[in-house]
Design a protein around this ligand. Structure first.
Ligand SMILES: Nc1ncnc2c1ncn2[C@@H]1O[C@H](COP(=O)(O)OP(=O)(O)O)[C@@H](O)[C@H]1O
Ligand SMILES: [Mg+2]
Length: 495
């Protein structure tokens, strides 16, 4: 419940917060590990040091202890040497000497160290030393709450062959203080380091995201009038620059298609205006000047022709826009392109003969393919009507289809006027017509319609044309699933 509420806070969902907090968490983890490992290492070092010091102290103690005539141990130091006396004094701070029955003979005067003199303790130490054959370390806590580390061993009086227990110790207060200081300093340093890291990562995450905001701002500024808006790259060639690149490319594409749309509506209004103006003119002239019935009739007939042209234009435009936006549903069926082309060529024989053009169909094999019949009919009809339209009398037009691996090729060729090179790239654009002394020849929409259908079939269209010699339009379409099926050899069942 609480966590869900926390997650809903807007700040916690920001990229900046998440980046910064991830850094911070990571650093906290690393520092905690460093702290633990550091403390442990320091403790081990101090322990090793302490043991080495105690070893030395035990050696020195044994050197200063002698046995008197009765076999009793005594401290023996050169009273004239102050340095030696100081050493012995230090050694006598924490020590005990006891016989092998555990009775203490001599020991530290410090009342806090009573535990050193404990008989049972001494006897158990002796047993362990006997077993391990080496000095024994133990830690005791004095009555003053100070911990002491004690090393114990045995010493033998050679004359009487008597074994003595000797123990020497040192206070661990200083070592513990070092450890405590280290821990305290670390815990003071930890929050400061974390705070500094939090500030730095908050700041740097902010810096990184600032550049993202420039993209965001640019995206917000895009409107219809500045579609091509480009964001300045930072030159770092990093992820952000690539994002900016994609953004710029996207905005470029948007601009291009928006431009195209604008151009299209300009073209459409222009195309519509011409016949409308003509109709208006004819009707006005008839209304104000016609005196006879025949004059009125003629004007109405002319106007009707223009209305028909308008209706054709509107129908073609609607079809084209539907086709380009993919609104015409594809209804693919398997058909033989040889038959389809043949039928259409037959339909065009009459207009071809009327223009004294020899129209032939030259598909030899059967061309099975999976396409939308109506749409492919439109493609062939448009190409054939263009070929006939742009071929002078006495010329020829040829149509043929052929198999070509997994695709099919549809060719419409003519011996007509040809298309000038500089116009060739534009003929598939809407309303584009090669300037012609006889402007009544078409709407300029046929080839753009062809192109959109071919594109919807995932095919491509190519043109080769030479002025005065003729043009060759080639449509290459994927044959669809039929070709794959018909190319698979049929397995013979011999059973
Ligand atoms: N077979 C051809 N021979 C010569 N020019 C052609 C041929 N097909 C198309 N064109 C040129 O391409 C232009 C665009 O063709 P299209 O889009 O069908 O428009 P149109 O309505 O003028 O036929 C035509 O105006 C014509 O200049
Ligand atoms: Mg045409």
């Amino acid at each position: 419940m609480f966590w869900r509420k926390l997650r809903d806070v807007k700040l916690f969902r920001t990229l900046r917060f998440r980046l910064a907090s991830t850094f911070l968490l990571l650093l906290t983890g690393v520092l905690a590990v460093v702290g633990l490992v550091g403390t442990q290492t320091l403790r081990t070092i101090l322990e090793n040091q302490s043991e080495a010091v105690l070893h030395d102290q035990l050696g020195a103690m044994k050197g200063y202890i002698h046995f008197d005539g009765q076999g009793n141990p005594i401290w023996f130091a050169d009273t004239g040497d102050p340095e030696e006396e100081a050493t012995v004094g230090r050694l006598k701070a924490v020590f005990v000497i006891a016989n092998d029955r555990g009775d203490a003979w001599d020991g530290s005067p410090d009342p806090a160290l009573k535990e050193l003199f404990d008989r049972n303790g001494i006897l158990s130490d002796l047993a362990q030393i006997e077993k391990a054959k080496e000095p024994l370390f133990k830690t005791i806590v004095g009555k003053d709450k100070v911990p002491y580390e004690v090393i114990s061993s045995t010493m033998t009086d050679a004359d009487l062959d008597r074994k003595w227990y000797v123990a020497e110790g040192r206070s661990l207060a200083a070592d513990r203080l070092v450890l405590r200081r280290f821990r305290r300093n670390f815990f003071i340093f930890l929050p400061i380091a974390l705070l500094a890291c939090a500030l730095v990562s908050w700041y740097s995450a902010g810096r990184v995201l600032e550049s993202l905001q420039s993209v965001e701002k640019a995206a917000q500024e895009i409107t219809g009038s500045n579609l091509g808006l480009q964001i300045q790259k930072r030159g770092a060639d990093d992820e952000l620059d690539r994002l900016i690149d994609s953004f710029n490319a996207m905005s470029g594409r948007l601009k291009a298609s928006f431009e195209q749309m604008r151009q299209f509506s300009t073209d459409v209004s222009h195309e519509l205006r011409t016949p409308l103006t003509a109709i208006q003119g004819q009707l006005e002239v008839a209304l104000f000047t016609a005196t006879r019935k025949e004059q009125l009739q003629e004007a109405i007939e002319n106007a009707l022709q223009d209305v028909e042209r308008l209706a054709n234009l509107v129908r073609a435009l609607l079809l084209l826009s539907q086709s380009e936006s993919g609104q015409i549903p594809m209804n693919k069926t398997v058909l033989d392109l040889r038959d389809l082309t043949g039928d259409l060529v037959d339909q065009f024989q009459i207009p071809a003969e009327a223009s004294s053009i020899q129209l032939t169909h030259e598909t030899r094999e059967s061309i099975l393919c999976e396409v939308d019949r109506t749409q492919i009919e439109r493609v062939i009809t448009n190409l054939l009507s263009n070929a006939i339209k742009y071929t002078p009398a006495g010329g020829w037009v040829r149509a043929c289809a052929e198999n070509q691996g997994a695709s099919i090729r549809l060719v419409v060729e003519d011996s007509g006027v040809g298309i000038p090179k500089d116009h060739l790239p534009h003929i598939f654009n809407r309303f584009y017509r090669v300037p012609d002394p006889n402007p009544e020849k078409g709407l300029g929409l046929g080839l753009s319609f062809v192109a959109s259908i071919v594109k919807a079939h995932s095919g491509e269209i190519q043109v080769h044309s030479e002025i005065g010699k003729g043009s060759r339009f080639e449509v290459i379409l994927p044959a669809g699933a039929v070709r794959i099926r018909s190319e698979t050899p049929v397995m013979q069942d011999r059973a």
